[in-house]
Design a protein around this ligand. Structure first.
Ligand code: KIV
Ligand code: NA
Length: 263
């Protein structure tokens, strides 16, 4: 099977095929996600929180996104790779957005970039689309806006604003839109009103696809359990048990045995 292209991704909506997206940040996990058959792998700036241990996504740099984007693109054979533009690498001007996205496409094998915004970023989206750089928009709870909205768990309920943002993103040339933490009914309305696929996280089942942060869905980030999250595995527990057993066997001399040794 060949690589999912941006046109393939967009076409899924008219074909009634739901899109499954996950995040990845490195070669190991991106390869596993790709082999599991996801449509796209997002190299999210959630990197800052789940990989770097920061409190927000704000400190993530473009160089870091490019480093991780290259690892993920090299690991994937089939999935579309989308790389987040981090905080303050596109908000200054459409020219800054072009330069930042240009570096992502030149220096990683990514197929698309994502930025946070709708109406407020329509000029940046237009500039990228005009340069044939596929761009995904991100509407609703936008983590890069945390200093304004106060907390990243705040559900966004301003229907007029959300619909305007989604419409502006589509009109400006975005190929898809993430809808984060918005009421299900509003996500349903937006998904019906725009032709490009909506990818929801905490936005209900009527979106055209879903995205989850991989360490969250696999139970590696145990303290984080918002309503929208479903845990498909309990890997933190698996790791604790396995590594605990290893520690105990090294200390007791049970590992390694003759079978693990060279004569
Ligand atoms: O950074 C990220 O992981 C994201 C997804 C949650 C959509 O933007
Ligand atoms: Na992000």
């Amino acid at each position: 099977t060949s690589r999912v292209t941006v046109p393939d991704f967009v076409k899924a909506k008219s074909q009634g095929r739901k899109l499954a997206v996950v995040t990845a940040y490195d070669f190991l996990w991106a390869g596993l996600m790709d082999a599991a058959g996801v449509d796209a792998v997002l190299v999210g700036d959630s990197l800052g929180m789940v990989v770097q241990g920061k409190e927000t996504t704000l400190p993530v740099t473009l160089d870091e996104m490019i480093y991780h984007g290259e690892l993920v693109a090299r690991a994937t054979k089939r999935a579309l790779v989308i790389v987040d533009l981090p905080f303050m690498t596109y908000q200054v001007s459409p020219r800054q957005a072009l330069k930042s996205a240009g570096r992502v496409f030149k220096e990683t094998g990514a197929g698309a970039v994502k930025l946070e915004g709708g109406v407020n970023q329509s000029r940046a989206i237009e500039a990228l689309a005009a340069a044939d750089l596929p761009v995904m928009a991100h509407v609703g709870m936008r983590p890069q806006s945390v200093r304004r909205i106060g907390r990243m768990s705040a559900i966004q309920r301003n229907e007029d604003q959300l619909v305007a943002d989604a419409r502006a993103a589509e009109a400006a040339g975005a190929f898809s839109i993430v809808l984060e933490l918005i009421p299900r009914g509003i996500a349903k309305r937006i998904s019906a009103e725009v032709k490009i696929p909506t990818i929801g996280i905490g936005a209900g089942p009527e979106c055209d696809g879903q995205v989850l942060v991989t360490p969250d869905m696999l139970g590696l980030t145990e303290g984080f359990s918002p309503r929208f999250l479903k845990r498909y595995a309990n890997l933190a527990e698996t790791v604790r048990t396995a590594v605990g057993q290893y520690v105990q066997e090294v200390r007791s001399g049970e590992f390694p045995t003759a079978a693990n040794s060279h004569e």
